[in-house]
Design a protein around this ligand. Structure first.
Ligand code: ADP
Ligand code: MG
Length: 668
């Protein structure tokens, strides 16, 4: 990249240290950052009119001369109203502003200005409230003021006009220095404008059509870069020397021991995963299965086969509590000897930790569970054969690439309960093979979902009490940990309230701000039945498996995407008792969405509704995660463009013409 692009923003005239600090708040440090800081929206100010031709309610630009201003104090400290009368020879226009210091002087009699606002008629004279304006020199036209004008995200203290002017100047000077990472022939084939031009059009489009083309170019660029990274990652996996999964003694003993019969679907994906990892080439796979479809047993079968191949398996979860559960399930499913399956925690006493690390290094531990920190801490394995990652959508393409590049060539199995439409999956996980568990274990009644409002709270309490008396257990989810300014009840408050209302019931509380040991104690109590009601925040969202849990109450469901609600409700109905999910809400406007949710238990259908109503970013945050590098592209809208980028990269790869992945315009 040209050095001038990576220069700090202080090279810009008028950006002193104070403004630089404010720009940094917006994530802007270099000229490059500024070029890619796109408007939040645009104002179409192309409608330039004579005052006599104004239409009340229609936003317009007027070019007129001031006939003088008057300023008036308003009730309230320091509040002022400034009124200026303008004329353009065709009629009169009053412009009114509040609290702008010195305005009456800068717009004194005779000053020429362009004004943009919404006119209304008042006593036969047009009026604009707080119009945007620009003072014009004699003979000058309104130029960019009357074009399509960018509106940038703002931060307090940064003058809007200054930011606009600064960016416009930077784009003019520096955008031409941008090199286009997309090969010219691909650009021509797909009718994409060059990067420099697209960046300029993103900031100041000549027309809505040219903005559309610029956005398409930016979106394609991001998707192309993403596919390049994936192609690079795939090329790496093709290397041999990986551990071989085997259906050996441990695997066979596990199959004998399972407390249930595997579903056909589980059997099918176990075969896919083991076969894919038995030839000596490194494999990388995404396992999708709806909540409760039994992904853990599949992972255990794979781990056992890896052990049978003479290697170790790391199993990772997003939290220590989940890693602990995963470890316990592995032990339950696989007949391992004491010490062969280990949990490594950040909070372990030093001696225990050293002992655990030693057994990972000498190979006496065959399955090692923990959080992703295990990987970054450079824990030493004797022979790391595979890494299984549970419930982790945010494990992006770069992290996957790094893991697969590890000298030991571990296989990768990522598990996700967020069902992603095929095109989206190919875009975000195109470097992985895909296996799908498409059914849940038989004999499970579908979860019943009910909508309730706060008037039903007493009835709901009685229902929860009866459920617990009958042997069930209840989750109670609140959106926040503590009281704040919002209206929603906090987990702590709800916990205290429930303790008062249900004295015979043992209640636990779990939320993100607790110490890890306290969190684990709360979960362990709920799991064992020492407590029967667990109040929590969405830390309970992923993976927790307590078969006795039968009811989940979710407060303020309007705060969550449907896929997230589906994850939450998947916590119940995993055992013998049928599951009930109660959505406790006072947001009437959200009812239609929640009704749709209540009507289906199909995760794929729910992801589709989410995608339609809230966009791809809401699919558990996958698309918006910085690692995917998607800022302009939207996977719901740009599915076709994504497939196009994928095909282009495949074609390039087939011809051996791949540019290196890192020359992308994506940052970092
Ligand atoms: P998820 O796919 O959501 O991670 P889990 O692996 O936690 O699901 O399994 C959910 C529950 O279903 C667990 O309690 C597990 O013991 C049980 N289970 C898994 N497979 C089967 C099966 N084939 N038959 C009956 N129950 C099963
Ligand atoms: Mg799970």
């Amino acid at each position: 990249m040209d050095e001038r692009l990576s220069a700090p923003l202080s090279v810009i005239k008028g950006a002193g240290p104070r403004r630089a600090a404010l720009l940094e708040k917006l994530g802007l440090r270099t000229i490059y950052d500024l070029l890619f800081f796109f408007p939040r929206k645009y104002e179409d100010r192309r409608n330039v009119r004579k005052i006599s031709a104004l239409v009340p309610g229609a936003p317009s630009v007027v070019i007129a001369r001031s006939r003088g201003c008057e300023a008036r104090a308003l009730p309230g400290r320091g509040r002022r109203l400034i009124k200026c009368r303008f004329s353009d020879g065709s009629g009169l226009l009053d412009a009114v502003w509040f609290n702008i210091k010195g305005l009456e002087n800068s717009l004194g009699e005779g000053t020429r200005a362009a004004l943009y606002g919404v006119p209304s008629l008042r006593g036969g004279v047009f009026e604009m409230l707080s119009p945007e304006f620009e003072i014009l020199k004699e003979g000058a036209g309104p130029e960019s003021f009357a074009g399509i004008v960018p509106v940038y995200p703002l931060t307090a203290g940064l003058p809007k006009n200054w930011l606009c002017r600064t960016i416009a100047a930077a784009v003019k000077t520096y955008a031409p220095l941008l090199e286009d990472p997309i090969p010219q022939e691909i650009r021509e084939k797909n009718k994409l404008m060059p990067l420099a031009e697209a960046v300029a059009q993103m900031h100041a489009p000549d027309s809505p059509q040219s903005w559309k083309e610029a956005r398409r170019r930016m979106a394609y660029g991001e998707l192309f870069a993403l596919q390049l990274a994936m192609a690079a990652s795939r090329a790496r996996n093709a290397k041999s020397g990986a551990a071989r999964a085997k259906r050996g003694p441990l695997f066979l003993a596990m199959m004998e021991n399972l407390p249930f019969k595997l579903t056909d679907s589980q059997q099918k994906v176990i075969d896919e995963i083991i076969d894919g990892a038995s030839a000596g080439a490194q494999s990388a796979r995404l396992l999708q299965g709806d909540v409760g479809s039994g992904k853990t047993a599949v992972a255990a079968a794979f781990a056992a086969a890896i052990c049978d191949g003479g290697a170790q398996c790391a199993v990772l979860a997003p939290t220590e509590a989940l890693a602990g559960q995963l470890c316990a399930q592995m032990k339950k499913y696989i007949p391992l000897a004491e010490g062969e399956c280990l949990l490594i925690k950040g909070s372990m006493p030093a001696a225990a930790r050293r002992k655990a690390e030693a057994s990972a290094a000498d190979g006496s531990a065959r399955i090692i569970a923990g959080t992703q920190a295990l990987l970054s801490e450079k824990l030493k394995f004797r022979k790391l054969g595979a890494v299984v990652i549970d419930e982790q959508q945010r494990f992006g393409v770069r992290q996957r690439g790094r893991l697969l590049a590890d000298a030991a060539h571990p296989h990768l199995l990522m598990m996700s309960a967020t069902p992603i439409p095929r095109t989206t999956a190919l875009t975000l996980y195109g470097d992985l093979d895909l296996s799908v568990i498409d059914s849940v274990p038989a004999g499970r009644a579908p979860i019943e979902t009910r909508l309730a409002d706060y008037a039903k709270l007493p009835e709901l309490l009685r229902f929860a009490a009866r459920e617990i008396l009958a042997g069930g257990r209840v989750y109670w989810i609140c959106p926040r940990v503590e009281e704040g300014d919002g209206a929603a009840v906090s987990a702590v408050k709800r916990y205290e309230w429930l303790v008062k209302k249900l004295p015979p019931v043992k209640i636990s509380l779990v939320h993100g701000q607790l110490e890890s040991a306290d969190k684990e104690r709360a979960l362990a109590d709920f799991r064992s039945g020492a407590s029967q009601l667990l109040v929590g925040t969405t830390v309970l969202e992923v993976g927790i498996d307590v078969p006795e849990a039968s009811v989940i109450v979710i407060e303020s469901p309007e705060r969550y995407g449907l896929s997230q609600l589906h994850q939450l409700r998947g916590r119940v109905g995993r055992g013998a008792r049928r599951g009930v999910c109660i959505l406790l809400s006072s947001a009437a406007e959200d009812v239609p969405r929640l009704r749709k949710f209540a009507a289906t238990n199909d995760g794929f259908e729910i992801a589709r509704i989410d995608l339609e109503t809230r966009g791809a970013g809401e699919l558990a945050g996958i698309a918006q995660h910085g690692d995917a590098g998607l800022k302009s592209a939207d996977l719901a809208r740009d599915a076709e463009l994504a497939m196009l980028a994928r095909r282009d990269v495949q074609e390039l790869a087939a011809r051996g013409g791949l540019p290196p992945a890192e020359t992308s315009e994506r940052k970092k």
